[in-house]
Design a protein around this ligand. Structure first.
Ligand SMILES: [Zn+2]
Length: 146
């Protein structure tokens, strides 16, 4: 479990997990000491607050997985910056995304040669809870990126 989390980001620390039916809920926190303001790139170690962020990740041992991250907000130390606080960011997931990039890649892989309705059925049974429109959106996003 810890390994799978570390593959997302080395600074994530596994806390514990719970299995409910076909889903593993994994609680993790970040151990990064410094974060950088997205606007001015100034480093900060001053934590403003914590909040829970949850997202879907690749299945583990045949179970869907949902990661609950204890995400942090930092103060920006730069007096000239318009931003007072900012959320900690990670490379493995988009800012507002509900799925990790590696899960999206897996969804694309499985869906590209199928109709989205069959893809979402297959994904729901084996990978993650995704609707037909989510599959369409992810495929669309990929097509505009390439
Ligand atoms: Zn700033």
């Amino acid at each position: 479990m810890d390994d799978s989390i570390k593959l997302l980001d080395e600074t994530l620390e596994y806390i514990n997990h719970e299995v409910i039916k076909d889903t593993i809920y994994i609680n993790v926190k970040s151990s990064k000491e410094v974060a950088y303001c997205p606007d001015c790139n100034t480093s900060s170690q001053r934590i403003h607050s914590h909040y829970q962020r949850s997202f879907q990740d690749l299945p583990i041992s045949g179970k869907k997985s949902i990661v609950n991250l204890n995400n942090r907000k930092f103060f920006c130390n730069n007096k000239d910056c318009n931003r007072r606080t900012f959320s900690e960011k990670f490379d493995f997931i988009g800012d507002k995304a509900k799925k990790t990039k590696r899960l999206e890649a897996e969804i694309i892989n499985l869906s590209k040669n199928m109709r989205s309705i069959s893809a979402s059925k297959l994904l729901r049974e084996n990978i993650a809870t995704v609707g037909k429109s989510t599959v369409c959106n992810i495929l669309k996003k990929r097509n505009t990126n390439t």
